[in-house]
Ligand binder design. Structure first.
Ligand code: ATP
Ligand code: MG
Length: 235
């Protein structure tokens, strides 16, 4: 569904990614793990038109989207849930969702809202509360729900479990599995909490200092004798 080919990218002249090759097959969870500053967010930014592509290509459903501006990418069925979440604390849960679905017609928005709230029933209870009063886990659920409202085919999730207590992180990860299994959404999941992500992932990539150090099955990386210990904190 998505192919990143020999990608070199960064910000302006600043180079972050070097010769990246990644394939994201339809209806699978592809995981990218790696330490701080490795370039994980930059990879997602490159896909949605928020970074500078120096060379290489990004193919989505057979067409090149390299260098296409982000507002156009948003209409192709790719949706990014950013690392810091894109939740507006002063707005209610409902207003946040409506804002995320601003390109939708009124009737469509209503249908989408119903579907998204069915997927995230916890948000239904808090629909008219300010998003700033939600717990960390609830806020992360809202950020994912906002990404879901435009009915994406491909979701890019940037560290959606960051700073969450383990039990809450587990719930968020389970939602990611549900997105694949119940809605058939293709997922590119970027995580530092490598173990949990690799346990649910299909294929995986290890990104270190802007280069791919491993590509293969998620469980292979999890069981890799050196890499898992060196980079993933897995013993
Ligand atoms: N907007 C930007 N302009 C210039 N440089 C940037 C920008 N965003 C990130 N960088 C730099 O790009 C490099 C890679 O950062 P990136 O955010 O992609 O890493 P990451 O793997 O997502 O790290 P983390 O796990 O901490 O989120 C870093 O050296 C960072 O300082
Ligand atoms: Mg990041």
């Amino acid at each position: 569904m998505l192919k990143v080919k020999n990608l070199y990218a960064g910000y302006g002249k600043f180079k972050v990614l070097f010769d990246i090759n990644i394939e994201v097959p339809e209806k699978e969870i592809t995981v990218v793990v790696g330490p701080n500053g490795a370039g994980k967010t930059t990879l997602l930014n490159s896909i949605v038109g928020l970074a500078t592509i120096h060379s290489g290509d990004i193919i989505y459903e057979g067409k090149s989207i390299a260098g296409v501006p982000s507002h156009k990418i948003a209409r192709t069925g790719i949706s990014l849930v950013p690392q810091m979440g894109n939740v507006f604390a002063e707005l209610s849960v409902f207003e946040n969702l409506r804002m995320a679905g601003y390109t939708l017609e009124r009737d469509e928005l209503k249908d989408r809202l119903d579907e998204v709230l069915e997927m995230f029933p916890v948000l239904k209870e808090f629909l008219h509360r300010k998003a700033g009063t939600l717990s960390g886990g609830e806020r992360r659920m809202l950020a994912i729900a906002m990404g879901l409202i435009r009915n994406p085919k491909l979701m890019l999730l940037d560290e959606v479990t960051m700073d969450l207590a383990p039990i809450i992180a587990k719930k968020v990860i389970q939602k990611v599995v549900d997105l694949r299994d119940e809605l058939g959404i293709t997922i590119l999941l970027v995580e530092q909490m490598a173990k949990r992500a690799l346990e649910i992932g299909d294929s995986a990539y290890l990104l270190v200092s802007g280069t791919i150090k491993f590509s293969g099955k998620a469980e292979e990386l999890l069981q890799h004798p050196e890499l898992a210990k060196l980079y993933l904190g897995v013993r």
